[in-house]
Design a protein around this ligand. Sequence first.
Ligand SMILES: *[C@@H]1O[C@H](CO)[C@@H](O)[C@H](O)[C@H]1NC(C)=O
Ligand SMILES: *[C@@H]1O[C@H](CO)[C@@H](O)[C@H](O)[C@H]1NC(C)=O
Ligand SMILES: *[C@@H]1O[C@H](CO)[C@@H](O)[C@H](O)[C@H]1NC(C)=O
Ligand SMILES: *[C@@H]1O[C@H](CO)[C@@H](O)[C@H](O)[C@H]1NC(C)=O
Ligand SMILES: *[C@@H]1O[C@H](CO)[C@@H](O)[C@H](O)[C@H]1NC(C)=O
Ligand SMILES: *[C@@H]1O[C@H](CO)[C@@H](O)[C@H](O)[C@H]1NC(C)=O
Ligand SMILES: [Zn+2]
Length: 928
Amino acid sequence: MSCSWFGVWPLAALITLAWIGGCECQINYRLSTNVRPSLYNLSISLRDNTIVPNSPATKFDGEVSITLQTSLADVKEITLHKDVTLTIIQCVLYDAAGKQVQEVNNARLTSVEEAQQLTVGLNQALTANVNYTLFFKYFGNIQTDTVGLFSASYIDEAAMQTKWVLLTQMQPINARLVFPCFDEPTFKAKFQLSITRPDSLHAISNTKLEKTTSEGNNRFTDHFEVTPIMSPYLLAFVVSEYQMRGNSTLSIHTRPAYNQYTEFSYSVAKRVLPAYGELFQQPYQELGNDVLQYATTPRFPHNSMENWGLVIFKDKVLLEQPGVTDGWAQKEFTIRNIVHENAHMWFGNSVTCKWWSSIWLHEGFARYYEFFMGHKLYPEYQLDQQFVVHKLQHVLTTDSLNITQPMTSAEVSIQTPADIDYKFGRISFAKAASVIRMWCLAMGEENFNRAIANYLKEFYLGNTYPSDLLKHIGENWPDQIYVNLNQFFYDFTVQVGYPLVTVSLSYSGHQINFYQQRFLLNDTDGSDSKLTYTVPITYTTNLAPNFTNSTPAFFFAKLVDIYQRWSDEPIDWVIVNLKQANYHRVRYEQPLLGNIQKVLTKSGHSGIPNENRAAIIDDLFNIALAQIIDYVEVFEFMEYMSTETDYIPWYAAYVGLEKVARRLTPQQLPNFKKYLSDITEAVHAKLGVSWSASDKVLDVYNRNQQVSWLCKYQTSNCTAQVLEKFNGSEKPSPDYRETFYCAAARTDGYDRVLELYKKETNYIDREIYWRAASCTRDYRTHYQNQILGQGNSVDLKMVGLAQLYEQNPDLVTPIFQMVTENISQLNDALGFNWAKTAQALSDMAEYFTTREQQQLFSNFYKQSHTSFGSSAETLNQALTKVEANVQWAEQRLGKLVNFLAQRNGAGGLAMASSLALVLSTILILLFR
Ligand SMILES: *[C@@H]1O[C@H](CO)[C@@H](O)[C@H](O)[C@H]1NC(C)=O
Ligand SMILES: *[C@@H]1O[C@H](CO)[C@@H](O)[C@H](O)[C@H]1NC(C)=O
Ligand SMILES: *[C@@H]1O[C@H](CO)[C@@H](O)[C@H](O)[C@H]1NC(C)=O
Ligand SMILES: *[C@@H]1O[C@H](CO)[C@@H](O)[C@H](O)[C@H]1NC(C)=O
Ligand SMILES: *[C@@H]1O[C@H](CO)[C@@H](O)[C@H](O)[C@H]1NC(C)=O
Ligand SMILES: *[C@@H]1O[C@H](CO)[C@@H](O)[C@H](O)[C@H]1NC(C)=O
Ligand SMILES: [Zn+2]
């Protein structure tokens, strides 16, 4: 699965859920392993009214025959999963010869709703080791939510008609919404599906269509081939009026109007399967299913889902419309999703985790290959480097808070549906991928690949624990790299968190000292600060710089406090954690940090790679956030960036800067703006504001982030330069549209960008133009005419209002005043919805930075909170948040603010810039 939302559930929320969910009477969510199914013969019958425009059917009919057996004597009941939305009409037990053993009447069927379980009471014990068939006739719901079997609609523009598609999402525990089954990953079985449907629709499922039979009355039944042995959550089908690209073994299915846009996706699909087959030494077809189909849907809970043989994607993932959605970022999105889901055919579908508590065995590998197989096939995206800033550095933040969780949870701790959802978070995806990368680089890629191929071979169609993987890693671990492998594995998979390795030089540069402690962003949030780790240490020095050797120089043992390395020649600088291959942060003590900064300003940054430059920046910001150093030290270090032109370090820098910049007051912004302008000198000179066909991918991404920041803070004449380009006739490339039009809309371009929005019919483009138009500094006009006015959806109005202040940080106070002058106007415009109105104000308050703003908000609350009814609580919470934010800035940014002022000559800029502000306001007035 590939999530569009990688949340980590706060523990408190989970506890509450578990509480509301049940009682303290021990509900057992797990099935006993007494009885095991081997084959499901499942018939789904769609009713005739299934596709009536505007109202699809709400029910379907089903029959399932489950072949099962027990190895025990004395089994007198069978418990399996069945959701409350399935209604059983008949239940019969047959023996292997097909003779009826018992018709199970209703009185012998008992349910535990909470656990979605059904127990079938038998008159006699089952005979051990012989097959029985348990038959159910039932009907169920076509869900309105995106679980189980559900419907989605789209407008067929050619026919001017609403069309429906029926599709499934079973992972993790929704197969039980479609048929009674043993809905846990270890209960693997074969599935033989048939679907009865009206003439006008056609059906696809995991496997090849075997035959279609007529049922009369324009109804047909499609019979699909038996699947390989697999977990129930992998079953899927799609019933639609789609068109297909490809052939009987590799195809993409989408609505007819989109078929022309799937050419690129198809080319990716063609490349990726053979590449995996070779890497894993097991071709896809040999896993047991010779077809692979992709289908798209307008409605889906995730970006994509890896059903064996039938991967389902959100529409937007697979479609590249020339000149519109075929930019680099969109292609990267397509590539990554396809590469990710295809990895699951091996990791998840063939080899499956024993229980959801170690779902990282699927998602960690899928995420890892998404980037590293993606990099091999499409090197121009430099996904190997992007991984470091987008995934590794991102999850390091999550993993330094008490809300984190281990990669491998105790099986008993993951029971309820909420527990299972909780495992599908960042730790199982990004941390696992990062730790897998660490293993690979430490042991060497060849050894790693051999271990993986052996693991996949040994557990083909089976279920595994993390220890099964460790065994193969151990068998292929190079003898000369000494480490307690069990401990190393345990420390990063069962333990939470990771270490900060502090590095210093002593004895005039002859000695390097390493020291470890757990890295925590808040050491009073209940986290265990005493945890230590078996840490692979890689480093290089100015004496013989080499950043490609990822073999650990040594492992930091758990119980050792400090390691020292002696060098006969004095060392000037040392860089630790080459390419940020290992899962830890590094802190360089002064004067070492200063020395590193100096060499970074030299030509080619002295060979120090992108990943390490980004790591140093990201680590510094986080070490400051954790209050170990002051932000001044970070900003001083970042002066080196006036020579930095690469996307990867800049990405890390902007993630860090965002947290600080958002807390600066309007009075402090001019000095920040000068700083930003100075450190972006080289990159702005290199990339400018104009695009070119010969741009490299990461340069395209980089220009986007630079122009967004520079124009937002109105530095380096950014806006003026964009405006000049905007007045020409050339249209920006798809990747650049939003940034470019946003910058243009800040001044003169507003009317024209708004016009583009109004003329556009494609909904993706409309939103891009809308977001861009909403960057205008003429907030009154936009608010009065577009947000309070008619004609734009409530969702767009919310987005548009947020853009106004997010994109013009100096204007948040007047925007708040304007909106709160007459709050009921906004409430009317948002569909008479006080909850949304409160949310809009609470979102805005997140950008408050001063005591004056806090006072304004507090006064507003006193006067108006009664209008908000129960949503006043949202405002109240926002007020608390404002207090915390302002306090944080007062406590943590004081020195930085002084530093920035002194750097610019004692605050002289404040005056000049407020004058500029007045001028620009006058200009806006003149131009209207
Ligand atoms: C039970 O049924 C399964 C699935 O049809 C079959 O593979 C297996 O051989 C049968 N076992 C026995 C003991 O007949
Ligand atoms: C279908 O197309 C794929 C990709 O071009 C090709 O590898 C495969 O052999 C084709 N299968 C058939 C049955 O033609
Ligand atoms: C740290 O966590 C504690 C306990 O949850 C909390 O009260 C405090 O506000 C947090 N500190 C910061 C800086 O977030
Ligand atoms: C921190 O996490 C631990 C382990 O999950 C938990 O037991 C503890 O209650 C949490 N502490 C706080 C203050 O949230
Ligand atoms: C760097 O180290 C790698 C791996 O040990 C080695 O293959 C390579 O030759 C070294 N490069 C230089 C410039 O020494
Ligand atoms: C920015 O504008 C100023 C004053 O308008 C001008 O002196 C300067 O050369 C411009 N800089 C760039 C990079 O265009
Ligand atoms: Zn996945």
